[in-house]
Design a protein around this ligand. Sequence first.
Ligand code: SF4
Length: 342
Amino acid sequence: MDPQSIGTALVEWFRVHHRTMPWRTNSTIYHRLVSEFMLQQTQVATVIPYFNRWIEKFPTLEALAMAPENDVAKAWEGLGYYARARNLHKTAQILVSQRRSFLGLWPQTISEWEKLPGVGHYTARALASIAQNQPIAVIDGNVIRVLCRLNAITQPFNSKDQALRFLDPLAQRYLPPDQSSAYNEAIMELGALICKPGTPLCGECPIANACLGYQNNLDLPHIPKFKKPTYVKKQIERIFLIQNDALLLHRASSKRLHRIYELPAHDIFPAGCLKEISFKQIGQIRRSIAKEHITEIIFEARDTTDNYLPENTTYIPLNQIHAITLSGPHRKWLNDCLKKHL
Ligand code: SF4
């Protein structure tokens, strides 16, 4: 089979076997834009309920552009990587202002898409090809796996970026004419459902006859090969401090958690400022972000000396905590913990 026939076989398989997803059912460019932002670093199953609530709240690009920043952050709460929400909001505002001046045109090229906040190499290609059917092959982790197995590529890669650069010219050869959108979704879907990480389901694969990895009986669960990433362990001490039925929270200024509330870190309090009388460990949160394994140890404090408050901290009444935007893991922990205080 030549590469384009393999691409066509994938499209035919996809038309019958694809999973239903809300951004596929109603596949406007706006729906695709929202889903591509949400799917960065996040699984489909997690994204679906967030996407449905988002579209109900912000049904159009214009509705999103006009929405207050706090509403946008709140709708994203729990999805993590909050810079995505901020960038999506800014992107909507830029597109709406441009559409007024440029007769409702969406970006027409990858480089126009890449000028928008939060639209990087992958997202620009996904939007141009999947949302606009431009002849561009998109490569994500699923596509890397399928292409490596299909072409019996066993060389190890140092990183995903290196694999992307290596596979880019090859990926382009599989695009069937005028079916870029369906092809890109098809090869990703094959990677998610059939050519899975671990043992692939080759008996159900529509391109098994053309697959060099399968035909040559290669060690498929170990293709592609990547050098193992090194994780760094990090520990953060957090403070849980309630005064007059209000909880002290810190509004983060980091790029990742921009303006999202979280329990304040111990190191933002000057030494000796926290009253140690009941300064005891009451909880622990573990999570992994990028290449960091993070453990957060939560200590309960009773008061600060002379009612001192570190910068960007504020007391939020306990009965209003549900209305603010909190970091997802802190919300989860607080939901359990505050039951005792409410
Ligand atoms: S035959 Fe197996 S290894 Fe090859 S593409 Fe299909 S599922 Fe993947």
